[in-house]
Design a binder for this molecule. Structure first.
Ligand SMILES: [Zn+2]
Length: 350
């Protein structure tokens, strides 16, 4: 310190003063550089452990296959029963607008666009007995939901212009990109939300699909309608059971109607007896209009209450989970590789 003070004496040559000033400036500015650097110097959050198929090494972001969507035609079954041929580009805009809240993060919307594109190609390749005259329809219980530009604008209100652009960006930024397994487009099923884990296609639909196996899903209480309660009068319960399981024995009190649930590996109801008859969680979900198969049954005085978490069949990509992952900084490719085990996201020339 003594030496420095001496060097600041005014008698020193101009060059030395300039050098000293520069050094001083460096001393003051250096900490600023370190401050800016600090976030990246912090240890990053631990990667989720266990069986998640998350790429650890950063992968270069995927480039769209420009013009692919415009060149791919789909026969679309309209609600009035007529069939309209449209490009993948036009069809996808309507599907992404209908299937995912446009307020979601852009990487989640891009993941949705790739899912919807892949699902549509898969449908076109395999055909469907429900409507052999068309590749896809706009009924979400059959294919995927679809909104026209006018319908979307109406539902978006003041945000219509911004959301329309956002959806268009999700489609064009992923132009021509599909989820492939063994080089072929996958059955890219998706759903709204689940608690903790996604479901195994084998347990929900009875057929093993290597890329539709349970993985962790991060969504929770932030999901609108996360927990729902359905209460039915005992007579209504009897009527609904009678329609689906006519052989069910409901002669006892309501407490005896439903057996102890057998849970699947994702925590949803796999099987449960109804009036002594074995039923799947999906069948009970359908019979009582429950939002998911992740439910509990509470028989009460003259009524039965179902407590349900999440929404949808639970297989494949969780939409709210995709939005949560996007919030953690994951891009659409990482989100898709997370939910569809062992898939590659890339262009496809089949
Ligand atoms: Zn359909």
């Amino acid at each position: 310190m003594q030496g420095l003070r001496e060097k600041r004496a005014p008698a020193w040559p101009r060059q030395t003063v300039v050098t000293a000033l520069a050094l001083l400036a460096l001393v003051f500015l250096l900490p600023l550089f370190f401050l800016e650097e600090e976030p990246s110097l912090r240890p990053s959050e631990p990667e989720p452990t266990a069986t998640l198929p998350l790429a650890v090494a950063p992968t270069p972001s995927l480039q769209p296959v420009e013009g692919w969507d415009e060149g791919y035609g789909l026969r679309f079954l309209k609600s009035d029963g007529t069939v309209e041929t449209m490009t993948m580009a036009d069809y996808l805009w309507g599907v992404v607008a209908a299937e995912m809240p446009a307020s979601f993060r852009i990487e989640a919307l891009k993941a949705q666009a790739v899912c919807a594109r892949t699902y549509s190609v898969y449908q076109k390749l395999g055909g469907t007995e429900k409507h052999p005259q068309a590749d896809v329809c706009g009924d979400y219980t059959c294919c995927q939901a679809y909104l026209t530009r006018e319908q979307a604008a109406e539902s978006w209100g003041e945000e219509a212009a911004r959301y329309a652009d956002k959806v268009a960006q999700a489609v064009t930024d992923t132009d021509g990109l599909l989820c492939l397994y063994g080089g072929e487009p996958i059955d890219a099923v998706f759903f709204s939300s689940t608690e903790g884990r996604t479901a195994d296609a084998a347990e929900v639909w009875g057929a093993t699909v290597p890329y539709l196996v349970p993985v962790d899903s991060p969504e929770g209480e932030e999901v609108p309608g996360w927990r729902t309660v359905c209460t039915y009068a005992a007579d209504e319960v009897k009527e609904r059971i009678g329609k689906v399981w006519p052989q069910a024995d409901l002669s006892g009190a309501a407490e005896t109607w439903f057996g102890t649930p057998e849970l699947d590996s994702a925590g949803a109801v796999a099987r449960m007896t109804v009036g002594g008859v074995s039923a799947t969680g999906a069948q009970i979900r359908s019979a009582f209009g429950l939002r998911s198969a992740r439910f509990s049954v509470e028989p009460g005085e003259g009524s039965v209450t179902f407590r349900v978490t999440g929404y949808g069949h639970g297989v494949g990509m969780s939409q709210y989970g995709a939005n949560a992952l996007a919030g953690e900084g994951k891009d659409f490719q990482a989100i898709l590789e997370w939910y569809y085990t062992g898939v590659t996201v890339s262009g496809w020339s089949g």
